[in-house]
Design a protein around this ligand. Sequence first.
Ligand code: KIV
Ligand code: NA
Length: 269
Amino acid sequence: MTTVQDIRERTGDDPITMLTAYDAPTARIVDEAGVDAILVGDSMGNAVMGYDSTLPVTMDDVASRTGAVARGVEDALVVADMPFLSYGADEADAVENAGRLVRDAGASAVKLECGPHTVDLTERLVNLGIPVMAHLGLTPQRVNQLGGYRRQATTREAAADLRDLAEAHQDAGAFALVLEHVPANVAERVTDALSIPTIGIGAGGGTDGQVLVITDVLGLSERAPPFAETFGDVASEMERAVAGYRDAVESGGFPADEHEHVADDLDEF
Ligand code: KIV
Ligand code: NA
């Protein structure tokens, strides 16, 4: 089992690999491939639920899919994303929601899109025994505030703010930090400033690890962000299998003799 302690120590030359997954069979494949951590991301909204942002994703959605992923995994660390408005408004609600994902659904840690308002919450959750992965840079739950999915920390002031917030979350007890869609040199400086590992997405090669959305990696996304890379063409394979099934049924090739059972003495009744 990969633990949060294993991840916390992985700074430097042995990159952490993390991918999202939202269901048990995909999680099993990711786990068996030796990926270190699986994020049950609220990217499920775009990736598999047909929404055009992460905002409609609910606690029930994340809890249900975290359960599925946790049941499919043996080795990888399972991290569950806290969805929009499930934290940040009321601390008791946030604790209860994080608890649902760890106590009931089987995650080993939660991830929070961070800001000045999540420093105290991070400390509270960590003190209660709920490990926290922080997330800074582009935080898609703020898409309406940000005016789009733009690169963040593009000025000296914003980069310094990002570094200070990263340090504040480290000091509050976060075990790792996701850095999304920031300049590579900013990610590298933040990585140097921290003793916990950084895991980048659209943040260049200077972080301690990388994370991508599984549907982008598999070639199952309608559109992937420019910083993602597609490593396969699973959509074509699914199309081939589905068309094969349709053709076989239409042509009478499926079901074949080996798929059917004829009961004795039941030709007439
Ligand atoms: O929801 C998600 O998949 C994420 C990653 C992109 C870091 O937050
Ligand atoms: Na997310």
